[in-house]
Design a protein around this ligand. Structure first.
Ligand code: BDP
Length: 327
């Protein structure tokens, strides 16, 4: 009697476990533009592993690295539609879909990277996050992307006048076009995947990015002058499609959110080490690096970018001022 009871209990238990995994199991598809050993990629994998473990396999995920699911502007649209479930994005190209994110794409808006963290982890991040949610993108954690600087195959940049006449690839957002044009450069918005060949064949003279991206894409092989203007400090975001988010139970949402935050902590730590290692690699590869002792002329050259942006987006002035006042 007691044996039979135990047995049927085990069978019943087995059935419950089986139906729970088959009915509720979901495999989420994740978009990532970077190579597999990049800090972003490692942090995304850790996010997926933690979610799978803490939901007992109810929610699993697969990260598609190297941009195989498409360009970043396309992926941002797809996440809004729920075609892609999660992804890691720069807030730079998100500006066309989520106007609030544009404030962090204003050149020199943050005085430093620690300041950027502090503000993104507080009210500024909350205001930007609310704008994202309204447009179907749920932020789970703010990732670090350091500061972006110009590189090109023609000459070192020491002053804004050195940008005059250079053809510079920028991420897809009008703000970056006006940033380059304000120094009389020619800006070309282009997908990340096309930049190496475009520099190599002279379609553009250079681009701008942080050290890990400059290194991991091998752009340093074709654009040897890396000038540390550090003109953009743009945070990145591990995000989930609101379509996918709304399908989760509140318990699952809590797990996904906390795993997203934990992955951001890991990413920020990995970022520091990778940034230093990338600088070593590019220098060893023959890159000519120059620092800019006084960035004031570059900051002053950006005045028209701010004027144009604020007159087109008066509703975002408070957010811009919030960052400026705190910086
Ligand atoms: C990298 C960002 C990535 C962008 C890329 C770019 O991490 O999201 O796509 O720059 O310049 O730093 O397109």
């Amino acid at each position: 009697m007691s044996k039979a009871f135990t047995l049927s209990g085990a069978i019943l238990g087995g059935c419950i476990a089986f139906s729970a995994t088959t009915v509720a199991a979901q495999e989420l598809r994740g978009w990532n533009i970077h190579v597999e050993d990049y800090p972003v990629s490692i942090a995304m994998e850790s996010f997926v592993a933690e979610v799978a473990e803490r939901t007992n396999g109810e929610i699993t995920g697969k990260v598609f690295h190297n941009g195989v699911l498409g360009s970043q502007p396309d992926a941002i649209e797809q996440i809004r539609l729920g075609v892609i479930d999660f992804g890691e994005f720069s807030l730079g190209p998100m500006g066309t879909s989520v106007p609030e994110t544009n404030v962090v794409s204003l050149p020199f808006i943050f005085s430093s990277i620690p300041k950027m963290y502090e503000l993104m982890d507080g009210e500024v991040g909350d205001a930007i996050g609310a704008g994202m949610i309204k447009r179907g993108i749920v932020p789970l954690g703010w990732y670090d992307a350091g500061a972006r600087s110009f590189y090109n195959s023609v000459r070192p940049i020491n002053t804004p006048a050195d940008v005059d006449g250079l053809k510079i690839r920028v991420m897809s957002n009008d703000l970056f076009v006006s940033m380059v044009e304000s120094m009389d450069g020619n800006a070309t918005p282009m997908a990340f995947a096309e930049v190496y060949q475009s520099i190599q064949t002279g379609v553009v003279d250079g681009a701008e990015n942080n050290p890990p991206s400059y290194e991991s894409t091998s752009h340093y092989e074709v654009a040897r002058y890396y000038s540390l203007t550090e003109h953009l400090i743009i945070p990145e975001c591990l995000c989930m499609s609101k379509v996918a988010w709304d399908k989760l139970t509140s318990e699952q949402q809590e797990i996904v959110m906390s795993a997203g935050r934990a992955s951001a902590d890991l990413q920020r730590e990995l970022w520091q080490a990778r940034e230093a290692a990338s600088m070593e690699t590019v220098k060893a590869g023959g890159t000519v690096v120059n620092t800019i002792a006084d960035k004031t002329p570059f900051q002053e050259a950006m005045a028209p970018v701010y004027e144009k942006f604020l007159s087109a987006n008066p509703d975002l002035a408070d957010l811009v001022n919030m960052i400026r006042d705190a910086s």
